[in-house]
Every structure is written in C-alpha cells, then in structure tokens.
Design a protein around this ligand. Sequence first.
Ligand code: UFG
Length: 331
Amino acid sequence: MTVLVTGGAGYIGSHMVWELLDAGESVVVLDRLSTGFEWAVAPEAKLVVGDVADKELIGGIIRDNHVDAIIHFAGSVVVPESVADPLAYYENNTSKTRTLIETAVREGVPHFIFSSTAAVYGGAGLEPVREDARLAPESPYGLSKLMSEWMLRDASLAHDIRYTALRYFNVAGADPKGRTGQSTPGATHLIKVACETALGKRPFMQVFGTDYPTPDGTCMRDYIHVSDLAAAHRLALQRLRAGGRSLVANCGYSHGYSVLEVIESVRRAFGRDFEVKMGDRRPGDAAAVVANSDLARTELGWTPQRDDLDQIVADALAWERILTSKNSARG
Ligand code: UFG
C-alpha cells in the first residue's frame, strides 16, 4: 500500500511526507513544483512532477504503486491573491480537486484526506469555533476549499470512497529535526515574517491593527505546529483504513495568541530586539480565529505534542537560519 501525497514538495506536504516515512509508509509525491521545491521532498519518497488534474498520469501512479490513500495538499493558498484572481483559485483548488476525486473514484482509491482551512468559517468570534458553526467564507480561497469539501461529501455518499477533511488554523513552525520548513519566498505569515525580520532579511515588520476588541488590541490566532498537523493526518489515515466514517475536523490547539505575544516569543527565541512598527488594520482580518478541536481529539485520538508557542517559534527560527545557509550555498 502506498500513500499519494499531492503538493508534497510544499510547506505542509513536505512535513507530511517525512511523517509518513517515519511511520514506515511507502510514499509517492505528486507536485508540479510551481511553489514547492524538489529538495524539500524526502529522498525516500518517489517524486513525480505533474498536475493533479492529469487523469492519465494520476491513474498510472495509482495503479503502478497500489495507492490506497490520497492526501491532497496541492493548491493555491494566498487569501488576497484569491480575491484578485478568483477564477484561478476556483480552477486550481476546486476544479482540479474535482478531477482528482473523479480519478480516485474511477481507480477505486478508498481513502482521501483533504487539506481544508479555517477560512471556511469567515470571521469568527473570540470563542473557539466548532465544525458545525456557520460556514461563511469571506474569500474565494475559503470558498474554493469549502466547495471541495462538499464535492467530497457528495462523492462519498455516491461512491466507495471515504474522506477526512481537516480544517487548518494558523499552521507554523518547522520540522524539529530541521529537515524541512516554510521556504516560500515573499511569505506573508506572521511567524515567518517575524523570523525573517529578526534575522535581518527585512528591515522591519508591521503589526496590522492595534484597535481590535481583544485583550491587547491585536488579532488573535490559533497557531498550530506543522508537525502536530502532519500527525493529525497520519491518524486520519489510520482511522480511515480501520473503517472510520468520513469526517470533517478542525486542527488547532483551541487557544489563541495575539500578534504582540507572537512577536515577544520571537524576541525571546532570537535573544535580541528587532524593529516592529504599529500599523493600520489589514483588510479582511478577523479579530480572532480559534479552533474548537474536540472532534479531532476524540475521533482521531489526536493529542498535540507541540502545543507551545515558544517551541513553534524556535523551530521556525531554526529553519529560517537553515534556509539562509541553503540559499547562500546556492549563490
Ligand atoms: N500580521 C501582522 N503583521 C504581519 C503579518 C501578519 O500583524 O506582517 C497579523 C495579521 O494581521 C493577522 C495575524 O498576524 O492578524 C496572522 O496573520 P497571517 O497572515 O499569519 O495568517 P491569517 O490568520 O491571515 O491566515 C491564515 C492562513 C490562511 C487561512 C487563514 C484562515 O495563512 O491560509 O489563516 O483563518 F486562510
């Protein structure tokens, strides 16, 4: 049995590949290397460069490798970009996922794990959000993922395929063994931006908004270590293989940190100060987005191992340093 990981050369996907290999699984990665990196794919995994909507290619991979599960990360993930170019997001995330599900059904792949997002909820309140909360995505990105969840639901009712959709909150950190991490140039994510600023890759960073209705006025998010997220997928795979029913579950730690708390943590990890400017609100940001993760804990048996902001930040900073030396070695 082999697991097909789409987007396995990307940030979360490359951690998933290591998680599966560490658990003794056989892994094939499909990635078109548009934002991922060949070097990010663990050498023990087989890498196929191609597109998830290429039915013949995927059909061949499934048959040749006896694929019994697809973990689907490939897609576009930048919220403002999805507002500027919605049709590209509906093509890349929704339409291509439809084709991949169709191929999975046609080839008889029984298990499908899908990378969904907290963006399906839209603006949440300070209270942890449950899976049965109102679904009101505020961006084409969120809607493109929600439509994929719904296609999976309908396909699983009509065909012999069961799925798990995991709704990620704010994924951060890097492999504690330093094998992979967030490597995308021009990233906008808070922890990555703060680490880049600490290391002098940016002259300063900004706090987007200090007048939110939160304890210190800055936005609160539920930051989850990427390795805990990968572990949740592995548990979802085990559960599906054991006959578990289809499931949609949040992946977060159920508590939030403010932007200022995150920056303080980066200062602690770095040991020195760096320039932070207080700025205006960024359009589209919700005051707080925090997961209720009871379902993942009970249904998947998921017990987070790295629920510690300082550890997430330390791993992210360590990876940022590794990335600096990788990039300077490449000239
Ligand atoms: N922030 C700053 N300065 C920065 C970068 C971010 O103050 O330089 C703030 C943002 O305003 C926000 C918080 O830090 O309040 C987190 O911002 P991120 O960009 O790191 O993450 P988001 O919460 O905006 O988005 C994340 C994922 C999306 C996903 C969304 C779902 O990156 O893919 O959560 O809620 F859609």
